[in-house]
Ligand binder design. Structure first.
Ligand SMILES: [Zn+2]
Length: 451
């Protein structure tokens, strides 16, 4: 559409009137088409519905979508739905809200050693290549039923996430609704690339700040350029200390973090903090982070502080099971200590009533892996299947400040839906097998239409 408009402007005056008529007609036809879509009714029927907020599933349901929104949920379509409405029968499938992954990296492609790990992505891959692969990543997420992602930093790909978000919103590429955090923030010594000759100036996977003034400026810059969230790395790396305990390096001071949180909150934005354990995690809470990412080892006092402050927990359990080093090596022992501590922290936080949202860190592992594998880890660590589903629906929506709009099947909500064959309450593994995906009323996948 943009190219067509430009052509119209570029032509000379001789055929100006004729062209104006042609171009005008083109625009009018397009406007009619989009007006038609906005007016269209779709009636979806399914044997079972899990609506994202109710504790029980509902059977033999009809969901009516008008344009981009859900307008009715019931046993049958209301009488005022036109007879011309499109009907999508999902048969025995289970209908759910479109899923929300609250921790992704669309610009990362795993850190596969055979492919050069993390560093090669920053050092050798042109930004256009990374953007092309991000385009594939978002399409894969959508096809798996994830209609909203909170992306947690581009890892050296600058403000590329804003471009991908725009491309999705303008309809150039298929993808989930994106909430982006752009560069991410850490301190000198607090993020890769690392380990090169000290004379070299190398790119970093985040924006580096030192001191509260730079911290505040970084938050302002990122928000000015379009960040929906601010992502801060409050710890760096982890290892087993001389005392045999899991340790991680703290990065920002409380003062630096407070400057960021103060600035973000002033703009109505929130701050997500990568925090493993120890001093860095304590500083994350004292500095007022809105969500703790990973939280491998959380003390009872910190859980109490999270409850007091209303802090969210986005644990990303499954990613820590990937590529464990051999058990008899320091890093192998570290890998196993992380998993063990993580499970304990998750169970304690869940029992205490800490708010938990589903996040995977996909991008940290390849996008070819199923995103839904996290559900099984959540259940294994103590959630009921319904809690796990809600962590990726109504709870995720709450974290993102979008309750009632996404993560729920209810009148007034965005028409973000997915469906799976089978019963996800009996086996959350079925959530990895999307057969139907709708976002904002547009169908992106319907395996049922061929049957
Ligand atoms: Zn991450």
């Amino acid at each position: 559409m943009i190219a067509k408009s430009l052509e119209c402007v570029r032509f000379g005056t001789l055929f100006a009137i004729l062209l104006a008529v042609m171009c005008g007609a083109g625009r009018a036809r397009a406007a009619d088409a989009s007006a038609g879509a906005a007016d269209a009714y779709t009636v979806i029927t399914a044997a079972t519905m899990i609506d994202g907020s109710s504790q029980q599933p509902r059977h033999d349901v009809t969901v009516v979508v008008h344009g981009a929104r859900i307008v009715a949920v019931g046993d049958r379509a209301p009488p005022d739905v036109p007879a011309t409405a499109r009907h999508i029968d999902l048969g025995k499938a289970t209908l759910l809200p479109g899923l929300i992954d609250s921790h992704t990296h669309i610009f990362l492609q795993g850190e596969v050693p055979a492919e050069g790990g993390y560093d090669v992505q920053l050092l050798k891959q042109p930004l256009a290549l990374r953007a092309a692969r991000a385009t594939v990543a978002v399409r894969r997420a959508l096809e798996q039923g994830f209609t909203t992602l909170r992306d947690m930093g581009t890892e050296g790909a600058g403000y590329g996430d804003i471009g991908i978000r725009q491309a999705i919103e303008a309809g150039y590429i298929p993808g989930p609704r994106l909430l982006v955090s752009t560069l991410g923030i850490s301190t000198t010594g607090g993020y890769p690339l690392e380990g090169y000759a000290p004379e070299l100036s190398l790119p970093k996977g985040v924006q580096i700040i030192d001191g509260p003034v730079e911290a505040r400026r970084a938050a302002r810059e990122q928000i000015d350029k379009g960040a929906d969230w601010i992502k801060v790395y409050m710890t760096h790396r982890s290892w087993i200390g001389a005392d045999g305990q899991l340790a991680s390096q703290p990065t920002l001071t409380v003062e630096e973090l407070r400057a960021i949180v103060d600035e973000a909150h002033g703009w109505g934005r929130k701050v997500a903090c990568h925090s493993y354990n120890g001093i860095g995690l304590k500083r994350a809470l004292d500095g007022g982070c809105d969500s703790i990412e990973h939280g491998l080892e959380i003390t009872d006092e910190e859980i109490a502080q999270m409850l007091r402050q209303g802090t969210w927990y986005v644990p990303t359990l499954a990613v820590y099971y990937d590529d464990l080093d051999p058990p008899d090596t320091p890093s192998g022992r570290r890998d196993r200590a992380r998993i063990a501590a993580h499970g304990v922290s998750f169970a304690k936080a869940l029992k205490a009533g800490v708010k938990v949202a589903f996040g995977t860190d996909v991008g940290g592992f390849p996008w070819s892996e199923p995103i839904a594998r996290e559900f099984a880890r959540e259940v294994e660590a103590g959630m009921t299947p319904m809690q796990a589903i809600q962590s990726a629906t109504s709870r995720g929506a709450e974290l993102l400040g979008m309750s009632g709009k996404i993560g729920v099947i209810a009148p007034g909500a965005n028409a973000d839906l997915m469906a799976v064959d089978g019963d996800p309450l009996a086996d959350v593994g079925t959530l990895g097998k999307a057969v139907f995906v709708m976002k904002d009323g547009t169908v992106y996948r319907n395996d049922k239409s061929h049957q």
